[in-house]
Design a binder for this molecule. Structure first.
Ligand SMILES: Cc1cc2nc3c(=O)[nH]c(=O)nc-3n(C[C@H](O)[C@H](O)[C@H](O)COP(=O)(O)OP(=O)(O)OC[C@H]3O[C@@H](n4cnc5c(N)ncnc54)[C@H](O)[C@@H]3O)c2cc1C
Length: 460
């Protein structure tokens, strides 16, 4: 008998959580597991702001997909650019640019999310994200480049513009990014004796009336206090009206001369989800509490890409927030349900009660709410770092991260630009591949030969 083929799309918290569980629970003869991923690592996203700030090296948050005692999954190095759910085939663009087809019996969709954008003039060309390793490295280089260029310039206006940085998004990603990078510039400027440190300005902007509302009023105020004491100007109830090469214009009419707009205003499900033509909730694929997709045979979805019902919240229509905490656990739960399905056993709904939020603001600062306990300052940061350290999947990653933290605490940073990505425009399109996907017609050109084979084709 041939083995059922399980395809897992995306090697993030959800995809890797699922694959590792499948490897543990299924014997080789029970299923052929394939992971489709453009990268050879799982990115530990919550530590990305620390990569941008130079506290951690990029390698320390990129966890190898092959370092596991039970590793036996076939890995196809490429991104899924279309899915023919009738023929049960994925179309993959490999890292060498070729198109290959991967048939499946069970498909686990875990492609995560991309940075959410709006139709704001100039945004597509000037906004830089904080969602991929390339973006974190790019932003670090870009910020250091602004210091280098300001230092070399004799034009006061240019200096001021290069030393003004705007971050949009007052969620944990944006707040951590602004806080960690502000520290980077505050410390780095000591190596630029020609630059006036007072010229460095950081702005954190959000349309919402509060920073990180999920923290509650008291901790939100504590975060605000930490940021403003550091000199970060926080503007709430405000967004970006337009951006160009020279300035960011805010909706309250202010024009901020700046060469840097870091955009972290939320996430949207991977564009792959939209190509399916299936039902979505705010762009996330509708799934049952067991995480199978209604109406699509053999398809499961989870993580940031799926609207998994949040049963622990109880309320009708509540869906799990897009967090690593959920994605990781959903990965294991979907694997258990897949195993149960293959063995004709009972599947189970996913349920997990949120453990809270940890926010590392760099230096010795943080705000955290583990299991409802409100902390700020150094204890909050210790909890944040301890949580992330424990959540890293491999011991070698734990060792790398801890060593980097110690090294940074003792020796600081040298603020060097690597220049690897200097020739890239660094847009969200460049680094998040948002325009890589095929139309259904283009997909069918690749999957036509499979359609007769499963006996479900015929609509084209
Ligand atoms: C800066 C930052 C800080 C954060 N901090 C926290 C935190 O403190 N706590 C917390 O719980 N959450 C945090 N999050 C959110 C958390 O990282 C996400 O919710 C989590 O990564 C979602 O997991 P996922 O597996 O769904 O997606 P991801 O982890 O993003 O993985 C998706 C994977 O799919 C791949 N992929 C995408 N498209 C395709 C395709 N077409 N084909 C194949 N592969 C594809 C991607 O390359 C990626 O590897 C943070 C996020 C950011 C950006």
């Amino acid at each position: 008998m041939t083995r059922p083929r399980i395809l897992v799309v995306g090697a993030g918290f959800a995809g890797v959580g699922c694959v590792r569980r499948l490897e543990r629970r299924l014997a080789e003869r029970e299923a052929l597991i394939t992971l489709l991923s453009p990268f050879s690592y799982q990115l530990y996203l919550p530590l990305l702001p620390q990569v941008a700030a130079g506290v951690l090296t990029p390698q320390s948050v990129a966890l190898s997909l092959r370092r596991s005692q039970r590793h036996r999954t076939r890995i196809v190095p490429g991104g899924v650019v279309g899915i023919d759910t009738a023929a049960k085939v994925c179309v993959v663009r490999t890292i060498s640019g070729e198109f290959v087809t991967e048939p499946y019996d069970h498909l686990v969709l875990a492609p995560g999310s991309v940075t959410r954008t709006f139709d704001i003039p100039g945004l597509a060309d000037h906004a830089r994200g904080m969602k991929t390793l390339a973006e974190a490295v790019y932003i670090r280089d870009h910020v250091i480049a602004q210091l280098d260029l300001a230092d070399a310039s004799d034009d006061d206006a240019e200096r001021a513009a290069r030393l003004r940085f705007v971050v949009v998004g007052g969620g944990y990603a944006g707040t951590e990014t602004a806080a960690c990078l502000q520290l980077l510039t505050r410390n780095a400027v000591k190596r630029y004796p020609r630059l006036d440190p007072d010229l460095i300005k950081w702005h954190l902007v959000d349309i919402a009336p509060k920073l990180m509302p999920e923290l509650g009023d008291k901790l939100g105020a504590a975060a605000m206090d930490i940021l403003t004491k550091r000199g970060i100007e926080v503007s709430l109830g405000v967004s970006v009206a337009s951006v160009d090469d020279e300035a960011v214009t805010l909706t309250d009419g202010r024009v901020l001369p700046s060469r840097t707009l870091i955009w972290t205003a939320g996430v949207a499900a991977s564009p792959l989800i939209g190509t399916l033509g299936a039902e979505t909730v705010r762009g996330r694929l509708v799934v049952s509490a067991e995480m199978d997709v209604p109406g699509l045979d053999g398809v499961w979805a989870l993580g940031d890409a799926a609207a998994v019902p949040d049963l622990a919240k109880g309320g009708e229509g509540a869906i799990c927030p897009p967090t690593a905490q959920h994605a990781m656990r959903q990965g294991k739960a979907v694997a258990d349900n897949l195993v149960a399905t293959l063995r004709r056993e009972q599947t189970h709904p996913y349920t997990h009660k949120d453990l809270g939020l940890v926010v590392d603001l760099g230096g010795m600062d943080g705000v955290s709410k583990p299991l409802g306990v409100e902390l700020h300052g150094a204890p909050a940061q210790a909890v944040a770092r301890g949580y992330h350290w424990a959540a890293l999947r491999t011991n070698v990653a734990k060792t790398r991260v801890m060593t980097n933290w110690l090294l940074n605490a003792v020796a600081g940073d040298d603020y060097v630009r690597t220049g690897f990505l200097a020739s890239k425009a660094g847009t969200l399109r460049d680094f998040e591949y948002t325009d890589a996907y095929l139309t259904p017609e283009q997909v069918r050109l690749h999957t036509g030969s499979f359609r007769g084979a499963v006996g479900t084709g015929g609509d084209d």
